[in-house]
Design a binder for this molecule. Structure first.
Ligand SMILES: Cc1cc2nc3c(=O)[nH]c(=O)nc-3n(C[C@H](O)[C@H](O)[C@H](O)COP(=O)(O)OP(=O)(O)OC[C@H]3O[C@@H](n4cnc5c(N)ncnc54)[C@H](O)[C@@H]3O)c2cc1C
Length: 407
């Protein structure tokens, strides 16, 4: 209120803008949600505060600030359920923990069921989730119609609706708030967040990174964490190893704002399209990857067309709205749609990547796990099944179905 009377001239910056020091115990490459959360949990859980987060652009300017903000924990395998449900539980208390309103809105996450095969799979998933201690349910066609009144419920629709899988704790969170909340809390604990600082090379001695070459000069380090999503292969190449990661554009778009007309998050597996409405009133829409590999943060028009036609098929009334904005991020896709967490072939380099189209929902868990790995040198118990070595031993954690959209 005081600032409102003072022309907003007295606000303190939310985090410090330090210059790069000559040495840090831990350097984290990538100032997205996972990098910032890692820095925060390093300081909070392990007392390691001589830490820098190095970001080539602005924090949250990668996928964290470009995603469609959906959170849920409806994964199949026990190791995934433990990971994603930890993330959701940490998000549920994050506003208090970070003293920053992340605008968690648990409005319910719904995957439509269009045929009997999908009904069978949904039953299978709900049972697995119950075994894993995560709640989820199937609702019938009438209930879907009541909850989503604008949905095309015609029996002659190309993809008729028989019911839906529903996770009531699922919903949305304001993405920028997650980046800013972790940044402010980490900065308050002594972490240096250095923006506009690109990592250009890594210097190694005896299979350890000793120095990081950046656009703001070189910095020596004890341990290095990387959380650079679609650029993971680029940094791995600098470190001298390869990752089973391909980088693709994933697009999203919003309509012009309208009053609150669509309360839940709804996904149609038939088309891969999903839609929710922001607190500002825009309808947020996303769907499939652009299937060629790319580092360009823009996508093709045919994906936009596919998304829009599918949205209009699901919600004919939305045809009246105008498309206001569209954008893309570069996501890190791995063969089993599960993250890669923990040690790498380079002794003091630890990794957090491979979240593909669904890593926003996992940020608190991804940060907790990478922080543990950096502080102790060994994988976190919840991260053990997600090590890079699984691609050699062929113990994949195939969450292709739970990743939500067709890869
Ligand atoms: C359109 C879209 C929709 C999505 N929707 C959802 C969703 O609804 N729910 C969900 O859970 N997930 C979603 N995702 C996925 C989610 O956004 C990502 O998995 C998650 O944000 C990854 O976070 P991150 O911190 O690993 O990566 P990022 O946020 O991308 O951060 C990585 C950072 O590394 C920096 N970097 C890269 N190279 C260098 C370098 N050489 N030097 C220094 N810094 C570097 C980048 O600039 C970037 O800021 C979506 C993604 C997109 C693109």
């Amino acid at each position: 209120m005081r600032e409102a009377w003072r022309n907003n001239a007295g606000w303190r910056p939310a985090w410090r803008e330090p210059s790069l020091k000559a040495y840090y115990d831990v350097v984290i490459i990538g100032g997205g949600g996972h990098g910032l959360a890692t820095a925060y949990y390093l300081a909070k859980n392990h007392g390691v505060t001589n830490v820098a987060v190095i970001e080539k652009g602005w924090i949250g300017g990668g996928n964290t600030g470009r995603n469609t903000t959906v959170v849920r924990s409806d994964y199949l395998f026990p190791e995934s359920a433990a990971l994603y449900d930890l993330a959701l539980r940490l998000y549920e208390s994050a506003s208090e923990d970070l003293n920053f309103n992340i605008m968690l809105s648990q409005r319910g996450y719904m995957t439509l069921i269009h045929n009997h095969h999908q009904l069978e799979s949904a039953r299978h998933k709900v049972n697995w989730m119950a075994c894993n201690g995560v709640e989820g349910e199937i609702i019938d066609r009438d209930e879907v119609g009541r909850m989503v009144p604008l949905l095309n419920m015609s029996e002659s629709a190309r993809n008729p609706v028989l019911g839906a899988f529903l996770q009531r704790r699922g919903g949305t969170i304001r993405h920028d708030a997650v980046a800013w909340g972790y940044a402010r809390a980490a900065s308050d604990l002594g972490v240096d967040i250095v923006q506009n600082c690109e990592v250009l090379g890594l210097e190694k001695t005896n299979n350890r990174i000793t120095s990081i070459v950046t656009s703001k000069g070189s910095v020596s380090c004890g341990t290095v964490g990387m959380a650079v999503a679609g650029h993971s292969s680029v940094i791995a190449q600098m470190a001298g190893f390869r990752l089973p990661v391909t980088s693709h554009c994933l697009q999203a778009m919003v309509s012009e704002p309208v009053r609150a007309i669509h309360h839940h998050m709804v996904l149609s597996p038939a088309t891969g399209v999903y839609i929710n409405q922001t607190q500002k009133g825009e309808l947020v829409m996303g769907s499939v990857l652009d299937l060629y590999t790319s580092y360009g943060q823009r996508g093709t028009f045919c994906t936009i067309e596919k998304t829009i036609t599918s949205v209009v098929e699901m919600f004919p009334v939305f045809a009246q709205l105008r498309l206001m904005r569209h954008w893309a991020g570069i996501v890190d896709v791995v063969p089993d749609s599960s993250p890669i967490l923990g040690p790498t072939p380079v002794e003091n380099l630890h990794i957090n990547c491979g979240w593909g189209t669904g890593g926003f929902k996992a940020i608190p868990a991804g940060g907790t796990i990478l922080a543990h790995s950096l502080a102790t040198g060994i994988p976190h118990p919840l991260g053990q099944k997600f090590g890079l070595d699984r691609f050699r031993s062929n113990r994949l954690v195939d969450e292709g179905a739970a990743s939500g959209i067709a890869h």
